[in-house]
Design a protein around this ligand. Structure first.
Ligand code: BDR
Ligand code: CA
Length: 316
């Protein structure tokens, strides 16, 4: 299996991502680190531990990370309910996070892995930025970073900025310039992978607590934009799509493109500026002579393939 570490802000769709990752036989989840984003970091830790217990994976180490972005105060996402996880009334977890912070756990697990680790951040990138600045030697054992964040086209936190990048744009810049292979699973693909209502209904009726939780979480996710009213239980996989991308890279189409984050104050702050210009004589950018790092940007997704992968894995 591929060794992976998930850095999350659980979060309804982060929870969907965790359920997939811990049940996928091709992934070995070595650790999970928590950061402020959808809700405050203590809420994220609690939600993450609860999800792992429901999923039947209570032993994966979980660490508490940054409680605010590098520069700005934390600004939580209102769409995830008052507890950050859809107010489903889930039980409190029975264990606590490990007694080291997220950056320390990340360093330890990355360097201890016999094969290079894939990082899957599904949250603001504060923990990852602190890791890269504190322990730059970790990059030698990172295979790739597949992050949910950014957008080629339209934003959600602002007209042009996606929430995870907007919450900590400086951290996102540190990630993008880390010098390791990066895949951006942005809003352009993120919003497209939706589980239809009848399937969500089936998940909610399962006898397995983890499968049931997936159904309840999906039912809490927004229905297909423009969908009919009887689509109301349909829900997007959201962050779980980034985990799908690691488990089944053929499910997305990527292009290697220069990506920069706007750090300017004002209406562009947090925008990912993706350069899609084609230079004369060039089919694709090749990086030579360019200062902006190339990122494998997901520009298309096989929706049915990812939904099938999700269901087959979570309902196992
Ligand atoms: C991202 O923001 C959060 O609300 C979601 O969990 C996802 O990671 C989407 O912009
Ligand atoms: Ca998230």
């Amino acid at each position: 299996p591929i060794p992976v570490i998930i850095d999350c802000d659980t979060g309804v769709d982060d929870a969907l991502a965790l359920l997939l990752a811990v049940r996928h036989p091709g992934l070995d989840v070595r650790a999970i680190t928590c950061v402020a984003g959808n809700t405050d970091v203590d809420g994220v830790v609690r939600n993450t531990l609860t999800v792992l217990e429901q999923a039947g994976a209570p032993d994966i180490p979980v660490a508490r990370g940054a409680e605010r972005p590098l520069i700005e105060p934390a600004r939580h996402a209102p769409v995830h309910g008052s507890d950050g996880m859809g107010d489903l009334g889930l039980p409190a977890p029975s264990r606590r996070p490990v007694d080291v912070d997220a950056v320390t756990l990340l360093r330890r697990e990355i360097l201890a892995s016999p094969t290079p680790v894939t990082l899957i951040p599904t949250a603001p990138l504060t923990n990852i930025a602190l890791l890269l600045r504190t322990h730059p030697e970790v990059t030698r054992n990172i295979a790739r970073i597949v992050f949910m964040g950014g957008a080629v086209e339209v934003g959600n936190a602002t007209p042009v900025a996606e929430f995870n990048v907007w919450h900590d744009p400086e951290a996102a810049t540190i990630l993008l310039t880390a010098g390791v292979p990066i895949t951006m699973y942005g809003l352009d693909v993120f919003t497209r992978v939706v589980v239809p209502a009848p399937t969500v209904h089936r998940l909610r009726a399962s006898r397995d607590p983890g499968t049931r939780l997936a159904g309840d979480l999906l039912a809490h996710r927004p229905a297909t934009p423009g969908g009919s009213p009887d689509d109301s239980e349909a829900g997007g996989l959201g962050d779980a799509g980034a985990v799908c991308t690691v488990a089944d890279p053929g499910g997305v189409t990527t292009r290697a493109l220069p990506v920069e984050v706007s750090l300017a104050p004002g209406p562009t702050r947090g925008q990912t500026i993706v350069d899609r210009r084609v230079r004369p004589g060039e089919a694709e950018h090749h990086g030579e002579g360019r200062t902006t790092p190339l990122v494998d940007v997901a520009v298309d997704v096989d929706v049915d393939r990812f939904v099938k992968l999700y269901l087959e894995t979570v309902e196992r």
